[in-house]
Design a protein around this ligand. Structure first.
Ligand code: VG1
Ligand code: CO
Length: 544
């Protein structure tokens, strides 16, 4: 089968953001747009020639077409073997698991994560390296550079591959293996967690839970693991059928978008446990009865209790959190004598620390938690970890969290998102803050005295690579913080994220409402950044 060489010209803006290239579906549907980016991967990731590639996505609109294109291009670019999830489906953590388990040379993951899907919504593509994680900046920069000068791509002309039947097909010299998207992942989970204990918890009759797959990719994974392998009653998984448009919703597991599930955990009839995951299965939200566990606290609680799970019974080497994530995990690391790292936003910055064995657990405030079992954050993994913890402790979620605060103190935490604001206004706001930074240390702002103010820069302790301008940090003498940065995953305008944190050691004061406890700092942030005059927004769109 002859590879066709197609002439093309570069597109502007094929620079991957926090997690791959995310654009409107209509942008990807332009002739050559997807092909240019994929060819830039093959041109720069030369190990794929003669190697094995993993391909799959979150099942959103355009997933199937994109998979077919990638398969035909893989065949034309000398890839020996492609492992593709049945139906073109692979959750992000499952893709990472498969890349690692089968020792492949990398993977292409198709997802725009929590962004809505459909003909007028979002699509995304990213490359994961052979360690299983999102490509580091050195790789994404090389891919981007290639997209700027690309003049041709290679593709074979062949009928569509049947993605729905498991098994091997041949595409020219390339072997295409359509694999079960769930099996390897489920096996990994069974090796990490005490499935017998969780099964007993479900059998006990006094534990009620729901998992909201939000019509996204985790449906089949959660049904297989929770209902089939762990014996949770049928219907435990809600919205379990993946849909190309996620049923019209935002597949974003937070208090706003998973409100149906949140309501089920509230009041006298509230469930004991509720959990949800996002479009591509890497995020998680954990709820107890009348209790929302902030992702920052979740990381800290898991770090403090890791030994309950068989996969971590020998203890953990350390923890890392992204910079805007609350410092709750740091408190645990300090108390337990663990390594502790603060990295820029985005999972790719955890990869080297995980590979080097410096950390075992890591997490982000944006509903991301994970460990060295794969190189992506992992929604169902976090849910299973909590189930393992609940099965061992036989306490409620609220009791576990409350005990944790009593021991380590509470980091009150919130994130305010101002979405779809004018890009120039957003950039102006950040520029204004950068100018302000040097004058802030030593200043008294309300009840808070500024200890430091900077634009976060990170030097990777393993390879020495430097990432600059990763977000404005204003730290106060009592440990409180205000962090502001612009999102790198949106497809329209700009999104300003404001992260607010205050530490409260006194257990007598752990019962305040979060927004009230943080109100003075929220006000300081709004005034310092001139949010309303610059963006025209009085209130954030989403508060988590
Ligand atoms: C957001 C989150 C970040 C996360 C990223 C990818 O990025 O804040 O913590 O790593 O999404 O997650 P940003 O640049 O928009 O703040 V996912 O589940 O969208 O792959
Ligand atoms: Co995601």
């Amino acid at each position: 089968m002859e590879a066709q060489v197609i002439s093309t010209t570069p597109f502007d803006g094929q620079k991957p953001g926090t997690s791959g290239l995310r654009k409107k579906v209509t942008t990807f549907q332009q002739p050559h747009y997807l092909e240019n980016f994929v060819q830039a991967i093959f041109d720069t990731q030369t190990k794929l020639n003669g190697g094995t590639l993993v391909v799959g996505g979150d099942g959103r609109f355009y997933n199937r077409e994109a998979v077919q294109t990638i398969l035909r291009m893989a065949a034309a670019n000398g890839v020996a073997r492609v492992l593709v999830g049945q139906g073109g489906i692979l959750s992000t953590p499952a893709a990472s698991c498969i890349i690692r388990k089968h020792q492949t040379q990398g993977g292409i993951v198709l997802s725009a994560s929590h962004n809505p899907g459909g003909p007028d919504e979002d699509f995304g593509i990213k490359f994961n390296i052979d360690a299983g994680g999102p490509a580091p900046e050195s790789v994404t920069n090389a891919i981007y550079a290639r997209t700027c000068s690309i003049d041709q791509y290679r593709i074979v002309d062949a009928p569509a591959i049947d993605l729905d039947q498991l098994g091997e097909r041949q595409l020219g010299a390339t072997r295409i293996e359509v694999i079960d998207p769930v099996a390897d992942y489920a096996e990994l989970m069974a090796s990490l967690f005490d499935f017998d204990a969780i099964r007993k918890l479900f059998q006990s009759g006094d534990f009620r839970m729901r998992f909201d797959a939000m019509h996204a990719v985790t449906g089949p994974y959660a049904i297989e693991i929770l209902e089939h392998r762990l014996g949770a009653e049928g219907g435990t998984v809600m919205n379990g059928v993946p849909l190309e448009d996620f049923g019209g919703g935002h597949p974003d597991p937070n208090l706003v978008h998973a409100h149906e599930l949140v309501a089920m955990t509230e009041g006298p009839q509230g469930l004991d446990f509720g959990a949800a995951s996002d479009g591509d299965g890497d995020r998680n939200m954990v709820l107890g009865k009348d209790c929302f566990v902030t992702p920052s606290d979740s990381l800290a609680v898991l770090a403090a209790n890791a030994e309950v799970a068989p996969g971590y019974k020998h203890g953990i080497a350390g923890v890392a959190r992204s910079m805007p994530t609350s410092q709750a995990a740091d408190r645990v690391a300090e108390a337990l004598g663990l390594n502790c790292f603060e990295t820029p936003t985005g999972w790719k910055f955890f990869g080297n620390l995980l590979d080097a064995g410096r950390i075992t657990l890591c997490g982000e405030e944006s509903f991301g938690t994970g460990s060295d079992h794969v190189r992506e954050k992992d929604g169902l993994w976090a849910v299973l970890f909590w189930l393992n913890l609940l099965a061992v402790k036989r306490q409620s979620v609220a009791e576990i969290v409350r005990d944790h605060w009593r021991q380590f103190g509470r980091n009150y935490y919130t994130r305010h998102d101002y979405e779809g604001i004018d890009s120039a206004a957003a950039q102006g706001l950040v520029d204004h803050l950068r100018i302000l930074l040097p004058s802030l240390p030593g200043q008294q702002l309300g009840a808070f005295k500024v200890a430091y103010a900077d634009d976060f820069a990170y030097t990777d302790p393993i390879d020495g690579s430097v990432a600059e301008q990763q977000g404005i940090r204003i730290g106060f003498e009592d440990g409180s913080r205000i962090v502001m940065r612009l999102s790198g995953t949106g497809t329209q305008g700009a999104t300003l994220r404001v992260y607010i944190e205050r530490y409260e050691p006194d257990a007598e004061r752990h019962d305040q409402l979060v927004q009230e406890a943080l109100a003075p700092l929220i006000l300081i942030a709004r005034e310092l950044a001139q949010i309303e005059p610059r963006t025209g927004r009085e209130e954030p769109d989403v508060i988590t």
